[in-house]
Design a protein around this ligand. Structure first.
Ligand SMILES: Nc1ncnc2c1ncn2[C@@H]1O[C@H](COP(=O)(O)OP(=O)(O)OP(=O)(O)O)[C@@H](O)[C@H]1O
Length: 297
């Protein structure tokens, strides 16, 4: 069994009568890029603070590799963390901050860091007080990606980045994975999670609703199939996984399909099908399926 980079057992956090995180049990194996998805207020930042030992759980426990999260000094030698709201020393320049962070962190690849400064188009000569939200985020991300920490924990890492920089971010996550680093990132951006993660956990009002690979998540949900045919109408109503069959015009019908398509394909093979399209649900639609239209809290 592979080692867990992050482990939570029955992790719970209450603020008064509000349960911000409810009984989270989760394993993120070393080397995985894990996306932690949920709308505002779902409890993502709370979870990260507990995993990093920055807040005390009401119940349960967490580990970074084999070190208890509460043992902050030892656990933090194994990780680099980028918070959702990056605060920097205002008087120091980007270069000075990167230098400081490299000295306090678990070891930095200086050549790669210089490459990241170029790729993220950061001007490191300016004092941090002049940096926009996005530039502050870039400094923190460059510092994190350039470390050789085996675990990177990134809280809403691209919220301040423009699309070009998001692309660089995705490349950097891929390179971290290639080096064997584990990445745990929280997001409410579906496209980001879709593009970079191996697995995703969906958090809803403090509870883990689902953990799955991106492919499985799509597989759990309905595809929309449109069929064009000549001759007799394909008989689909009793086929497992087929729902809401509707005729959409002369010789055309549409239905939704859940699970394996074998039975539906066999039924269609018996008809004279001239065209077939299958539309997979977007991650957005899958997400909405989980949350419905109600707000997070
Ligand atoms: N220190 C605190 N005291 C009281 N309530 C808190 C505290 N921190 C968080 N909460 C509450 O816990 C819930 C979860 O908040 P959290 O910040 O973890 O959500 P999130 O998923 O990270 O949201 P966002 O995407 O907006 O950052 C929210 O209802 C929030 O108001």
């Amino acid at each position: 069994m592979s080692q867990s980079a992050l482990r939570a057992r029955n992790l719970t956090k209450r603020y008064g009568s509000l349960t911000a995180l409810d009984d989270l049990t989760l394993d993120v194996p070393a080397g995985e890029v894990f996306g932690f998805l949920g709308p505002n207020g779902a409890g993502k930042s709370t979870t990260i603070r507990l995993l990093l030992g920055l807040a005390r759980p009401t119940a349960g426990q967490a580990w970074i590799f084999d070190i208890e999260a509460a043992d902050v000094v030892r656990a933090h030698r194994l990780l680099a963390y980028v918070p959702a709201d990056v605060a920097l020393w205002p008087q120091l320049t980007g270069t000075e901050i990167l230098h400081l962070q490299a000295q306090t962190g678990p070891g930095t690849d200086l050549a790669y860091r210089a490459e990241l400064v170029e790729r993220f188009a950061l001007d490191p000569s300016k004092p941090a007080r002049t940096y926009s939200t996005g530039n502050r985020q870039k400094v923190a991300l460059i510092a994190a990606f350039a470390t050789r920490a085996p675990l990177l924990v990134l809280d809403e890492p691209t919220s301040g980045l423009d699309p070009l920089m998001e692309r660089e971010f995705r490349t950097a996550v891929g390179q971290a994975r290639d080096r064997g680093q584990t990445v745990f990132l929280s997001s409410h951006q579906l496209a980001e999670v879709d593009a970079v993660c191996d697995r995703v956990g969906i958090l809803r009002t403090g509870r883990l609703a689902e953990v799955a690979t991106i492919d499985r998540l799509r597989g759990l949900h309905r595809s929309e199939v449109t069929v064009t045919y000549t001759g007799a109408t394909p008989r689909l109503s009793a086929i497992p996984g087929v729902e809401t069959v509707e005729a959409t015009g002369d010789g055309r019908l549409r239905f939704t399909l859940t699970g394996a398509p074998t039975a539906a394909l066999q039924a269609l093979a018996a008809a004279d099908v001239t065209a077939l399209t299958v539309r997979e649900p977007s991650l957005e639609e899958i997400f909405l399926d989980f949350y419905g239209t109600e707000s997070a809290r």
